[in-house]
Design a protein around this ligand. Structure first.
Ligand SMILES: [Zn+2]
Length: 353
């Protein structure tokens, strides 16, 4: 004799049917809600996808006048501020500096060119600080196997030839806090970063007025330079486009102190790029002496072993208070920053316009 359906079993069947039905009734509504969720404001653009004629006017609107008028000195102030804690690679201070740079690039409507939006992350080994000849330096800490994340940040101003590139760069990291003392790194190398940003602002203004570069201009802010050019070396071993298309690298490091007109240049190999830089300096009533670094080098060194011409421009007396807590805003000569910016702008006009 068939069992009568008990009240409890009847309720179980109802609940089961409900569970089956609910997804079908709710799903269309969820889809509708999905279309209301805002999409990310930036899109990743691969070099190979760049429009040969550059993006249209509405994809690259003219940034507000106050954004374009911002000067290197304002960036130096922001980056050497105690809230950036000396921008030591692998620390929260470094991340705050990265976020600041990302904001500046977004304000200029520049397209991200990192592996992950504007960022290219890599890992760094543990380091120990040491004072050698009065300067704080990092040495790898062999006893500590811990790796930390650090990052480069990259953006691109599209050129007419999608396969050709020029990099303008500066390292943004510094030494952090050591023995309770903040190393603000205003000259080393917030000054170089500020100059690259100021020149970018001029190039974006030109771009929006229809003056477009022949080659893609990539702005690269390297991380972990103070630990042995780790960011630029990582880029060279993990390039975001074929390095065969890279025509030149112009790097700025510690450009803000001393006499307005005195600069030096370090280079890997010997190339036409040195001549263009020296001509550009002359046009701006400045002197740019070729110098062999005396055992020092900067991110140009990462391009040794490639066939890419790479140079770093510095102040002639860049070692003044370098890698000490006294490398602060008082060391910066605003006229010198203007000269450094004009030299880069003049050189780029010759190379890519
Ligand atoms: Zn340094």
């Amino acid at each position: 004799m068939p069992k009568m359906l008990s009240r409890r079993n009847f309720l179980k069947i109802l609940t089961g049917l409900g569970a089956l039905l609910i997804p079908w009734t709710v799903l269309p509504r969820l889809e509708k809600m999905g279309s209301l969720v805002p999409r990310p404001p930036v899109k990743f653009i691969n070099a190979s996808n760049l429009d040969k004629d550059g993006p249209g006017e509405d994809e690259f609107p003219m940034p507000p006048a106050e954004v374009l008028a911002r000067k290197a000195l304002a960036d130096i102030e922001a980056l050497s501020h105690p809230d950036k804690e000396g921008r030591r690679a692998g620390t929260a201070g470094e991340t705050r500096a990265l976020v600041y740079l990302e904001e500046q690039l977004k304000l200029l409507n520049l397209q991200p060119f990192g592996a992950d939006n504007y960022w290219q992350m890599f890992s760094i080994p543990a380091m120990q600080e040491k004072i050698i000849n009065g300067r704080a330096l990092f040495r790898p800490d062999e006893a500590d196997p811990l790796l930390s994340p650090a990052g480069n940040i990259l953006a691109v101003l599209p050129g007419q030839d999608a396969d050709a590139y020029v990099i303008i760069s500066a390292h943004y990291d510094h030494l952090g806090i050591y023995n309770g003392k903040l190393y603000p790194g205003a000259n080393d190398n917030a000054s170089g970063v500020g100059c690259i940003l100021q020149v970018l602002r001029s190039l974006v203004r030109d771009y929006c007025q229809g003056i477009r570069p022949k080659y893609n201009i990539v702005a690269a802010f390297w991380g972990a330079e103070e630990m042995g050019f780790l960011g630029s070396k990582y880029f060279v071993s993990h390039p975001l486009f074929p390095l065969a298309g890279l025509k030149a690298v112009i790097n700025y490091d510690t450009v803000g102190n001393g006499e307005r007109e005195d600069f030096i240049l370090w280079q890997v190999g010997d190339s036409w790029l040195k001549d263009i830089m020296q001509e550009a300096a002359e046009k701006n009533q400045a002197r740019l002496e070729l110098n062999y670094g005396g055992g020092h080098q900067s991110d140009e060194a990462a391009f040794r072993g490639t066939s890419v011409p790479a140079v770093t421009m510095l102040s002639k007396n860049w070692l003044e208070k370098n890698h000490t807590p006294e490398d602060d805003l008082s060391l910066i000569n605003p006229e010198k920053l203007e000269t450094a910016c004009s030299i880069l702008y003049t050189a780029l006009k010759k190379i890519v316009y």
